[in-house]
Design a binder for this molecule. Sequence first.
Ligand code: URA
Length: 235
Amino acid sequence: MKIVKHIANLGYGSRKQVQWMFREGRITDADGEVLYADDPVDHDNIRVDGEPLDPAPGLAILLHKPVGYTCSTKDTGRIVYDLFPQRFRERSPVLSTVGRLDRETSGLLLLTDDGGLLHRIISPKANLPKVYDATFAEDLRGDEAALFASGTMMLESEQTALAPAQLHVIDPRHAQLTLTEGRYHQVRRMFAAVGNHVQALHRSRVGGLTLDGLPEGQWRILDEGDLRRLFGAGE
Ligand code: URA
């Protein structure tokens, strides 16, 4: 791919704008030598205003999503893309969230521009466990774990029963729920169905990946080892 198109696809501007960036000498190699738009040069050897280029397509990101951010590109309030450089929204292929967390849910959220990877993560075949830490408005009744594990629980307006889910009760107001599917508002709806209300919800694990101390609002790029760990726990 031509270097102008490559840089434009990373969200740095339109092709025209990127051509101007070349003319203005803002695009250099790693030694600071000004590059021209027709120079043959590798991604890793390009600098924009002295900074390395954003990662090439095939990007996977782990974000510690704070409460108050929506997994959407259109919402008028805060959106998870506000936590990244503005140009991440302009990338082609598009950087998408892998599933969604509610606005009021915090925790581990994955994003990728790799459609194949996205489908591998959300595919029922992968059967990746997702672990949620929940705080409740009411004390648990005591029968929730058996119902959730039964594989017969139905949620309102759904046609199929929920896959078995594991509930680990920490105390009457706190529990950890492990799901292998991701239906709309699933955790909140499961507890609403047993007469409770989830006051706080945090996702602490997807597959073999955890936040591992990553502060809220921060993100990091996943490497090969992370991806092996992601699938390792579910396969
Ligand atoms: N289940 C929910 O209810 N909300 C989330 O954000 C994720 C799972």
